[in-house]
Write a protein that binds this ligand. Structure first.
Ligand SMILES: Nc1ncnc2c1ncn2[C@@H]1O[C@H](COP(=O)(O)OP(=O)(O)OP(=O)(O)O)[C@@H](O)[C@H]1O
Ligand SMILES: [Mg+2]
Length: 139
């Protein structure tokens, strides 16, 4: 399954995230791929809304805390940023496996640094100019 869209603003990316509830039905491990500022965290705002797990403005980058958890009625979201995680050993200490259960969705930024991670869905975001982003969902 592949879905592709070009969004022209952050708001459009959030709106697209809101449409992904079915594709991302738990349990899932989701790789969010894309450069710095591509819009990965912005997309998670829409995904969190789709699962009634958090308001858009409450979703912020887990850059320093590494994992943010949003418990919703339809799923528990774990938004993870591995940008500052450098070794498989450090990854191990995050205990991502312990977060996984039938109700969980792990949304992982910079997960491609660790080829050992087995994801169910890959979402790739690419810049197409200042405010345009190409978003591809492969499940
Ligand atoms: N079409 C668009 N979709 C998403 N974000 C956009 C778009 N156009 C502009 N932006 C802006 O791009 C930035 C995306 O930042 P965001 O934190 O979501 O990126 P990121 O991929 O998570 O980066 P990082 O790897 O640093 O965490 C925001 O400032 C957002 O407002
Ligand atoms: Mg981010």
């Amino acid at each position: 399954m592949t879905r592709e869209i070009i969004t022209k603003s952050a708001e459009e990316t959030i709106a697209f995230g809101r449409t992904l509830a079915e594709v991302l039905a738990p349990p899932k491990l989701v790789l969010l791929r894309g450069d710095l500022g591509a819009g990965k965290t912005t997309l998670v705002k829409g995904i969190a809304a789709a699962f009634e797990a958090a308001a858009e403005e409450d979703v912020t980058s887990p850059t320093f805390t590494l994992v943010h958890e949003y418990r919703g009625s339809k799923a528990n979201l774990f938004h993870i940023d591995l940008y500052r995680v450098d070794t498989p050993r450090e990854l191990e200490t995050l205990g991502l496996d312990d977060l996984r259960d039938g109700n969980s969705i792990l949304l992982i930024e910079w997960g491609e640094k660790f080829p050992g991670l087995q994801w169910d869905v890959e979402i790739a975001l690419e810049r197409e100019g200042e405010n345009a982003r190409r978003i591809k969902v492969r499940g």
